[in-house]
Design a protein around this ligand. Structure first.
Ligand SMILES: Nc1nc2c(ncn2[C@@H]2O[C@H](COP(=O)(O)OP(=O)(O)O)[C@@H](O)[C@H]2O)c(=O)[nH]1
Ligand SMILES: [Mg+2]
Length: 283
C-alpha cells in the first residue's frame, strides 16, 4: 500500500497570504507541462484522479495543496513551458512562485519531473539553477521511463547525474514510470526523509493519531511562514539570479535529445522568460 494513500486535495493558493499556516513540512512538484507530473502525484498517492483535481479551470496557475496528514503537504506547482503573455508570466512568477519557492520555510525540497526522453531542457536547467540558491534539495524523477529501453534508462540517469554533479548531494536523480509503477519506493523514501516521516510509517496511522478538529502542532515555530534568513533577499535574489541564466553544463551530453524540447520551449521571449509559465493555454 502506498505510504501516501491518504493524500487528499486541500486547497488552491492564489496569494501568499493564503498559504496554510499549519504546515510543518511540504514538498513542491515542478516540471514542464505534459511531463507526467499529475500522473506521478497520482501514482505516489495511489489515487487515479487526485492531482487532476488541480486541472480544474482557475487552479492551474496557482499552488495546489494536497494534505498528507499531520500538517504535511505536497504542493503541485503550475506546469511550465507554454507561454502566456509576458506580463502574466511575470506577475505569476514574481507575485507567487518565486517568493514561495525562495521563502517558504516549511518547503523541504523540490521534486522536479523531467521526461526521461527529453531531460534538462532549457527551462528545466533554469529552474534547477534558480532553485539551487535556496540550498534546499532537488530530487529529479525521470518520468515515462517505460518508453526507454533498459540501456537508454541507464544512460539517461548517468548523463543527468553527470550534468548536475556540481550540485553535489543537494541533487538526486531516479527513473520513474507511472504506467509501470517504476521508482515508486525510491521516490517515497526521499519524500519520507524530507517530510520527516519515519521509514515504514504510514500516513494512515499518522492521520489516525490526529485529534479531530485539532490542527497539527508545528514542532518548530520558525517552520511557519517565511524564514528570517531569506525574507529580505527576495527582490534582489530574483533580479540577481533571475532564472534566465544560460547554462552550458549539460549541453554536450544531452544536446541532441534537448533540441526538440528546446524548440518547443522557444516562446520568442528569450532570456527574459522565467522557468515557470502556466499550462492552461493547453486546456
Ligand atoms: N507511457 C507513459 N505515459 C505517461 C506516464 N506518465 C504520464 N504519461 C502520459 O503523459 C501525458 C501527460 O501526463 P500528465 O500527468 O497529465 O502530465 P502533466 O501535464 O505533467 O501533469 C498523459 O497522456 C499521460 O497518460 C508514464 O509513466 N508512462
Ligand atoms: Mg498536470
Amino acid at each position: 500500500m502506498s505510504l501516501f494513500k491518504r493524500a487528499t486535495f486541500h486547497t488552491t493558493v492564489a496569494k501568499l497570504s493564503d498559504l496554510p499556516a499549519d504546515s510543518v513540512g511540504e514538498v513542491a512538484f515542478a516540471g514542464r507541462s505534459n511531463v507526467g507530473k499529475s500522473s506521478a502525484i497520482n501514482t505516489l498517492a495511489d489515487h487515479t484522479r487526485l492531482a487532476f483535481v488541480s486541472k480544474t479551470p482557475g487552479r492551474t496557475q496557482y499552488l495546489n495543496y494536497f494534505q498528507l496528514g499531520e500538517g504535511r503537504y505536497w504542493v503541485d506547482l503550475p506546469g511550465y513551458g507554454y507561454a502566456k503573455a509576458p506580463t502574466e508570466i511575470r506577475d505569476q512568477w514574481e507575485g507567487l512562485l518565486a517568493p514561495y519557492l525562495l521563502r517558504r520555510a516549511p518547503l523541504a525540497g523540490l521534486i522536479l519531473i523531467m521526461d526521461s526522453r527529453h531531460p534538462l531542457t532549457e527551462l528545466d536547467t533554469r529552474m534547477i539553477d534558480w532553485f539551487a540558491q535556496t540550498d534546499k534539495p532537488i530530487h529529479i524523477l525521470l518520468s515515462k521511463a517505460d518508453k526507454l529501453t533498459r540501456s537508454d534508462q541507464t544512460q539517461v540517469v548517468r548523463e543527468v547525474k553527470e550534468a548536475l554533479a556540481g550540485l553535489g548531494e543537494r541533487c538526486s536523480v531516479q527513473l520513474f514510470s507511472s504506467l509501470k509503477h517504476t521508482g515508486v519506493e525510491e521516490a517515497e523514501t526521499v519524500l519520507c526523509r524530507w517530510l520527516d516521516i519515519a521509514p515504514g510509517e504510514n500516513t494512515d496511522q499518522a492521520a489516525k493519531r490526529e485529534t479531530p478538529g485539532k490542527t497539527a502542532k508545528p514542532r518548530n515555530r520558525k517552520a511557519i511562514g517565511w524564514s528570517a534568513r531569506t525574507s529580505g533577499k527576495t527582490k534582489s535574489a530574483q533580479r540577481q539570479k533571475a532564472p534566465n541564466q544560460s547554462t552550458n553544463r549539460n549541453q554536450d551530453t544531452l544536446e541532441e535529445s534537448n533540441k526538440a524540447s528546446a524548440q518547443e520551449d522557444d516562446t520568442g521571449d528569450g532570456a527574459r522568460h522565467p522557468p515557470v509559465s502556466t499550462e492552461d493555454v493547453r486546456e
